[in-house]
Design a binder for this molecule. Structure first.
Ligand SMILES: NC(=O)c1ccc[n+]([C@@H]2O[C@H](COP(=O)([O-])OP(=O)(O)OC[C@H]3O[C@@H](n4cnc5c(N)ncnc54)[C@H](O)[C@@H]3O)[C@@H](O)[C@H]2O)c1
Length: 442
């Protein structure tokens, strides 16, 4: 069904539908789905969580958060959230929200299998009047060209006439102390006016942030991809500056911080050893692929991805150069790799540059001692074990406990070469203490 453009609505709505109670199935109980399911349950909706991962479901039913998140752990202990692997439980609900992963394959082609499988799983349980909302990040066209036909085929119902389909991408940044699933603003697009109204009513009943209605699903899909691509491109810009300024002897961080004193038209982004997570290094590929399908080459986006993908290798090159100065070949050198998660104070290693550096270091013959206080099964159990006997260290994740490290913490373990992959240590303090310190672009 080709979507007609809905009547433009420019007004954003805010959470003012507190008395509505829906029965809701949240499909995919990960970093996005679990907080949403818990929030909806806390706001009085009858919620069931569905996931193909039986272990995760068991953990949630026991009140144990399956991943590291202090707030969610507490919420789960205090909120009843039945979870199931049986998708027949979607039969009894008015709203189904899909929060499954949208990764890319090794060749950077979008992998739509999880969203297709999840759509298939709920399709046979769809009944007339159900609203299906896609929260997963997808490129423009996926809801209508991929999800919709699967739902129609599996249910024998017609989208728009028998059931509603909307997109309301999640924008939350897990671990962010300021913006969470409840207060972050939303955008929503739907196939029909009725679907849009119900989507706004549902989110209006659970979130406090404003919700901006979009004229179409496609526009809503584009918003989320644009946001994350914007970030990827800006990071690529400062990463490129870091590589160039290194040769000019300019500290790029000082320059960025000074540029940020301009009160308008500059937004500070910072260079680092790579971009990780399930969003920023992934979502641009969805737009690149969709552009290609439509005969358009997103040159700018592809270049940004290339620059950011190069940063882990650049960081290893930097380390190799620093070791060479001390007449230590990387082959056979022992390297402490501090941090495996892609960002601070979480346990998520998806697309983490640390994993690329680990592989690259091992490929070049280094003995790598990876340590991460949040990641279960990190090879080395303590910071001291990782550092002791190492020729050099790379700080790859700005975990709070790493940011607090002093030059002395490294030097007392015999480590005098430190690569600050996230520019999160005090350059002055480290250089002043006699550490061979290098940041990214400083
Ligand atoms: N993690 C983030 O920071 C973030 C932020 C905003 C948006 N998003 C988007 O939200 C979506 C979900 O991301 P996430 O980080 O929560 O992923 P996740 O991997 O943490 O969780 C996804 C869950 O879906 C389950 N799943 C996979 N296939 C399934 C299927 N066929 N049926 C039912 N369940 C299935 C998995 O077992 C897993 O529990 C993605 O599209 C992502 O881009 C993520």
């Amino acid at each position: 069904m080709q979507q007609k453009t809905l009547v433009p609505i420019v007004r954003s709505v805010t959470g003012n539908f507190p008395s509505l109670t829906y029965s809701v199935a949240v499909v995919g109980l990960g970093y996005v789905g679990l907080p949403l399911a818990l929030l909806a349950a806390r706001k009085g909706h009858r919620v069931v969580g569905l996931d193909i991962n039986a272990e995760k479901v068991k953990s949630i039913n026991s009140g144990i958060c399956p991943f590291f998140d202090v707030e969610l752990t507490e919420r789960l202990a205090n909120t009843r959230l039945p979870a199931d692997t049986n998708f027949a439980r979607a039969r009894d609900v008015e709203i189904i929200v899909l929060c499954v992963p949208t990764p890319v394959r090794h060749d950077h082609i979008p992998d739509l299998v999880p969203i297709m499988e999840a759509s298939k799983s709920v399709a046979s349980h769809l009944k007339k009047g159900t609203l299906v909302i896609v929260e997963s990040t997808v490129n423009p066209g996926v809801c209508e060209n991929v999800v919709l036909p699967i739902l129609e085929r599996g249910s024998g119902l017609r989208a728009g006439a028998d059931f509603m389909l909307s997109h309301c991408p999640e924008r939350v940044n897990p671990g962010d102390p300021e913006w969470n699933v409840e207060n972050i603003s939303r955008v929503a697009g739907s196939l029909t006016e009725e679907g849009l109204e119900k989507t706004l009513a549902f989110y209006g009943s659970i979130v406090t942030g404003p919700i901006r209605p979009m004229r179409s699903i496609k526009e809503a899909e584009a918003v989320k991809i644009v946001e994350n691509t914007f970030r990827d491109i800006n990071i690529a810009f400062v990463n490129e500056l870091a590589l160039s300024f290194d040769r000019l002897g300019i500290d790029v961080v000082n320059v960025i911080e000074a540029a940020a004193t301009k009160p308008f038209a500059f937004m500070a982004h910072y260079p680092g050893c790579g971009v990780g997570g399930h969003c920023i290094p992934v979502d641009p590929y969805y737009l690149i692929a969709e552009g290609k399908r439509n005969g358009f080459n997103h040159r700018f986006l592809s270049l940004a991805r290339k620059i950011n993908n190069h940063m882990p290798k650049h960081t290893v090159d930097l380390l190799e150069r620093m070791l060479r100065k001390e007449h230590i070949p990387l082959k056979g050198a022992r390297v402490a790799l501090l941090g495996l998660a892609y960002k601070a104070d979480i346990d998520d290693v998806r697309e983490s540059p640390s994993l690329v550096m680990l592989e690259e270091l091992e490929k070049r013959g280094a003995e790598v001692m990876p340590f991460d206080p949040y990641v279960k099964n990190a090879r080395i159990p303590t910071l001291r074990k990782a550092l002791t006997g190492a020729h050099a260290a790379i700080v790859a994740t700005p975990h709070r406990s790493f940011r607090a490290l002093s030059p002395h913490d490294f030097l007392e373990c015999g480590v005098s070469i430190v690569i600050d992959g996230k520019n999160c240590l005090s350059k002055e303090a480290f250089v002043g203490a006699g550490v061979q310190y290098r940041g990214i672009g400083r």
